[in-house]
Write a protein that binds this ligand. Structure first.
Ligand SMILES: [Zn+2]
Length: 533
């Protein structure tokens, strides 16, 4: 018997949550051929994994890499963490569908997320075909963004869809599901997804019934309205009869930190009623998004060109300040009220700005902080992203330890050096999975290894309905992550984010060794996955 790769004597953590045991794992081509102690057989290549852990490849259940695959198909910052599958099309954003003539609007809309998508493909089938040809190094699970559905039908305006437009959104969603999308996502704090009503979303959810799509939601508020927003997401799942994923579960803004226990109990209560509601979390007390999201929804009505017009209008600026400035010093958003020193510029076109807090930008420019922020968004034509330090470390640990949470980076896959994404993006692009393993598993002992790995593998695979990934079992896909439990650690920081983790020894995607000790072999190892595969 000759296998293609034999991983000998590793501590196998199979993804199911079962306790680890020492065993061999044999791969044949793109499949796992055998798992067990002392496998008898020879292989083209044998790796000694004594002292290392051997796990299924990690599934990043919440990623935005579809906005950058064109610039970074190697997905290096993810694969080097052990990620072999990314779930993308999150928070209402996806590169398609694009209505004829609206490519520029879609490009501008995602610009603040540091997107590098050409947005020239119009339909989901065309886009997935493009992605297959592009050949990322990771497997891709693609969702449809509700924002994209709205831009392609209603446009960027803040109004309900007409009956025809609702039907058109449902048609586009069905076309995407038929082509291989897994469901749709909302970003109910982002225009134009935020303009969608609960009924509109229940309609979209119901329309997926024959195709068994999933509903993933960045809910309508993670701060003052957190509990109502969660209630809405659960209701959409219940009345739409679809499974629900609460994206990046968090309570934003100091005044809301105390709500986390109630939030998790609400998910428990929904589950007790038989609903499939789960969540995901990234292991940092800071989030990141586009800076124009600091501005109120009425300013975004009509898309980026309208936003820029309003930013240039002193009366509109005064109104924004009246709406958002609290006590003269904090800025109120869907992410809670934040101080200007809690908001950091992450990426923009001016290399001297990333890393600077808005409080510093105001001091340097001699402007009021709100004016400095609005000037920056205007000058950058909304193409600026930020990091918000708005969460509590205790809550991060609470959600990580919650029985129904999975690990999602909520980030782009990048590569260090003069990559597609200069500046100081959130370190989660480079550190999420090793940080959970190193800090929360090894150091803080929040959970045992098998639980941490289950949250990264078997649990998301089950949620997505993936039949051939997420577990180390014969016959399943040969996606493998081998790491050193004694040294696995994230290295990326907010000050210095473009740093790869340590302790990830081998990453195998569909049988191809992409991380091979110190070497990274970018190759078209990934596949565009389809539901049920
Ligand atoms: Zn989000």
């Amino acid at each position: 018997m000759a296998w293609s790769l034999l991983v000998r004597n590793g501590t196998v953590v199979d993804g199911s949550g079962a306790a680890p045991s020492v065993a061999d794992v044999a791969l044949e081509g793109d499949r796992i051929a055998a798992v067990g102690p002392g496998l008898a057989g020879s292989a083209a290549r044998t790796v000694d994994a004594r002292g290392l852990m051997v796990a299924p490849g990690f599934i990043d259940i919440h990623s935005h890499s579809d906005l950058v695959y064109d610039a970074c198909p190697s997905a290096e910052s993810k694969v080097r963490q052990g990620v072999t599958t990314e779930v993308v099309g999150m928070c209402g954003f996806s590169p398609v569908p694009v209505a004829p003539g609206r490519a520029e609007a879609v490009r501008q809309w995602a610009g603040g997320l540091a997107s590098h998508m050409p947005a020239v493909r119009e339909t989901f089938p065309q886009y997935l075909e493009h992605l297959r040809r592009l050949g990322p190094s990771v497997n891709v699970v693609q969702f449809v963004g509700h924002g994209a559905l709205r831009l392609a039908t209603v446009g960027a305006e803040n109004r309900p869809p007409t009956r025809d437009e609702q039907a058109a959104m449902e048609r586009l969603l069905a076309e995407a599901l038929d082509a291989g999308a897994f469901g749709f996502s909302t970003g109910l704090v982002y225009a134009p997804s935020a303009y969608g009503s609960t009924d509109e979303l229940i309609g979209l959810a119901r329309s997926m019934a024959p195709r068994q799509g999933l509903y993933f939601s960045h809910i309508r508020g993670e701060a003052a309205t957190l509990e109502d927003a969660l209630k809405e997401a659960i209701r959409i799942g219940e009345e739409g009869a679809v499974p629900v994923q609460i994206s990046h579960v968090k309570a934003s803004g100091r005044e809301n930190w105390g709500k986390m226990d109630r939030v998790l109990r609400m998910i428990d209560t929904a589950r007790a009623r038989g609903l499939d509601v789960t969540g995901d979390v990234y292991p940092y007390p800071a989030g990141s998004t586009k800076m124009d999201n600091l501005l109120p929804a009425w300013m975004q009505d009509g898309g980026v060109p309208k936003l820029l017009e309003r930013l240039a209008d002193p009366a509109a600026r005064r109104r924004a300040i009246e709406d958002c400035l609290v006590d003269g010093e904090r800025w109120r958003t869907g992410s809670g009220a934040m101080g200007w020193d809690e908001i950091m510029i992450a990426t923009c076109s001016r290399p001297e700005l990333p890393g600077m807090r808005l409080a510093d930008l105001a001091r340097r420019t001699g402007k009021a902080p709100a004016e400095a922020m609005m000037d920056l968004v205007l000058e950058e034509r909304a193409g600026v992203s930020m990091i918000q330090f708005s969460q509590s470390e205790d809550n991060v640990a609470t959600v990580l330890g919650y029985a129904h949470s999975m690990i999602g980076s909520d980030s782009l896959s990048l590569h260090a050096g003069s990559g597609p994404h200069p500046g100081r993006p959130h370190p989660r692009s480079y550190g999420t999975f090793p940080r959970v393993l190193g800090v929360y598993c090894r150091e803080k002992r929040l959970f045992p290894w098998e639980t941490a790995i289950h949250k990264m593998t078997g649990m998301p695979a089950a949620k997505l309905g993936l039949k051939s990934r997420g577990f180390l079992r014969p016959g399943l896909a040969a996606d493998l992550t081998v790491f050193d439990p004694a040294t696995v650690a994230d290295a990326a920081t907010f000050a210095d984010p473009h740093r790869y983790p340590t302790g990830i020894s081998y990453v195998v995607v569909n049988g191809q060794v992409v991380v091979d000790g110190p070497r990274f072999n970018p190759q078209a190892a990934g596949r565009v996955l389809t539901p049920g595969s």
